[in-house]
Design a protein around this ligand. Structure first.
Ligand SMILES: *Cc1c(COP(=O)(O)O)cnc(C)c1O
Length: 506
């Protein structure tokens, strides 16, 4: 076993806080000869200040188990399996006892020491938590684009202006990322594991998904980075230019099908049963392991203080569970002592979880989702419904909804305070405003709104809003360009009027 930053560190765990790893190689210069294996056991007997001070760490492992059920059924992560034997969801289960060999302080220091560094692959916000994500993968098999480490933005002005002086409000900009959405956090894990399977000669020729937007963008980018063929099923003529351009540019095999999203989904599921194409859709539990690091990152960015509320827009409902899982793991391993209350925010046009919540979690019924500007959450029959209910029930959670006008106004109000958020973030901001109005969220509560995609993916919606081109919408915060003759007098005239107006408003 070669001595590497990671293993050297495990051998030295009697010296808290851990030294930052030394950098023999830059981020993009992967070590091709050394094998970093974080799961290695050490024979060195050490005295340390951590718990279980006499024994060496057992290997860290993870496996698939059926989600929230008590059976002995489990699968190696090196198997190609998407569902349990009864057809239910799977969950990646870590060997928590092995991880408990170290205390919370150890993990906090380890993760802090890696933030933004160049030692492959730990500078990634996902892989800096590798032991909690995919502990057994070889570092050389990891496919990373330096995802994560996203901005936790203090929304001071939005809180002041739109929430009557709420002063501890933060926006976690997960969309400021390689392909412009939080989907990168999950896709780096899925594509890395597929890369490993291919090296093990498992029958995987390509990776496929049905998606109209962010999933196909992330899949095609990470696959291209690894040199793995990707296949994207898109509904013909239902895709905007921004949604289409990323898979095309990244060289995915793009199939334009004369159907809607659900039709694409059905086809790809049937086809991946027959062909050696790995299915990257959202029931895949590997992706959630990467997505959960955003929750850990929030804790880290607050110096391991726990916020009171985290508000997440939800569609297929994997991400709300991923956040829960990230927070819960940090409690179980002693990094923090409680989890925040979670709020899932839905578009009123696609609100099956909201209706389920309002019914007191009695019986769940899918809905027919209608068009919403928050297009990534236009889902009426969410795959991860059980995961979401579990996350919300175990976090004293709440579900809220936003109408089209509410979400577009909230997005535009946020933009006018210097952000540039997507409509889904607008949905989450509306949920916050409603809960604040009802006094559920207090004025001084530390609250994080999760922003899921980059605003630049939604330029047409923003332009339509600002030019008041959306039927039935007042566009209260619209701001359209002034057409003015290219003459000194005319320009002076409009500017003088503008300056008078803004100085009166100040
Ligand atoms: C995928 C996505 C969501 C929804 O996440 P789920 O896990 O499906 O609930 C929300 N916003 C954006 C921008 C997305 O791409």
């Amino acid at each position: 076993m070669a001595s590497t930053p990671a293993t050297a560190f495990l051998h030295n765990h009697h010296q808290p806080p851990p030294p930052p790893p030394s950098h023999h190689h830059l981020h993009n210069l992967r070590p091709s000869t050394t094998t970093i294996n974080c799961t290695s056991t050490t024979t060195t007997t050490t005295t340390n200040n951590n718990r279980h001070s006499t024994s060496s760490p057992p290997p860290f492992t993870a496996k698939y188990v059926p989600f929230n059920s008590v059976t002995d059924e489990s699968y190696s992560l090196d198997e190609i399996v998407y569902r349990s034997s009864s057809g239910g969801l799977l969950d990646v289960q870590h060997d928590i006892d092995a991880l408990r060999h170290f205390d919370g302080k150890y993990w906090r220091s380890l993760f802090d020491s890696r933030v933004g560094r160049t030692a492959w692959p730990y500078g990634s916000g996902v892989w800096s938590k590798k032991e909690f994500v995919l502990p057994e993968i070889d570092d050389d098999d990891i496919v990373s684009c330096f995802e994560g480490n996203s901005n936790l933005f203090w929304a001071e002005r939005f809180g002041k202006r739109n929430l009557a002086g709420m002063n501890d409000l933060w926006v976690k900009h997960c969309g400021i990322s390689h392909t412009g959405s939080f989907k990168d956090l999950g896709m780096t894990v899925l594509v890395s594991q597929v890369n490993r399977l291919r090296k093990m000669n498992k029958p995987v020729v390509g990776i496929g998904c049905a998606s109209t937007g962010d999933t196909s963008a992330a899949l095609s980018a990470y696959s291209a980075a690894a040199g793995i063929p990707s296949i994207v099923f898109l509904p013909a003529n239902k895709i905007s230019l921004e949604q289409l351009v990323q898979p095309i540019a990244n060289g995915a095999f793009v199939l334009s099908l004369d159907t809607d999203f659900d039709g694409c989904m059905k086809l790809i599921r049937e086809i991946t049963n027959e062909l050696p194409i790995y299915l990257a859709n959202s029931l895949n539990s590997l992706r959630l392991e990467g997505q959960k690091t955003a929750a850990i990152e929030i804790l880290q960015q607050f110096d391991w203080e726990v916020p009171d509320w985290v508000i997440i827009p939800g569609g297929n409902l994997g991400n709300i569970y991923a956040f829960y899982k990230g927070f819960k793991m940090c409690v179980d391993l002693g990094l923090v002592d409680r989890i925040p209350r979670l709020v899932c925010a839905q578009s009123a046009n696609a609100n099956p979880l909201y209706l389920h919540y309002r019914s007191g979690w009695t019986n769940f019924a899918p809905v027919k989702a209608s068009a919403t500007f928050a297009s990534a959450i236009q889902i009426g029959d969410p795959v991860s419904i059980d995961r979401a209910v579990y996350a919300l029930r175990n976090s004293d959670g709440i579900v809220e909804e936003a109408t089209e006008e509410e979400l577009m106004d909230a997005m535009s109000a946020a933009d006018s305070t210097g952000m540039f958020v997507c409509p889904h973030t607008g949905v989450a901001l509306v949920a916050l405003m409603k809960l604040r109005e009802r006094g559920v969220i207090g004025r001084t509560d530390r609250t994080v709104v999760v922003s899921t995609a980059h605003g630049l993916k939604f330029t047409q919606a923003k332009i339509d809003y600002h030019s008041k081109a959306i039927e039935g919408m007042e566009s209260r915060f619209s701001n359209s360009p002034v057409e003015v003759a290219a003459e000194y007098g005319a320009v002076m005239d409009v500017l003088q009027k503008f300056l008078t107006k803004v100085s009166q408003a100040q």
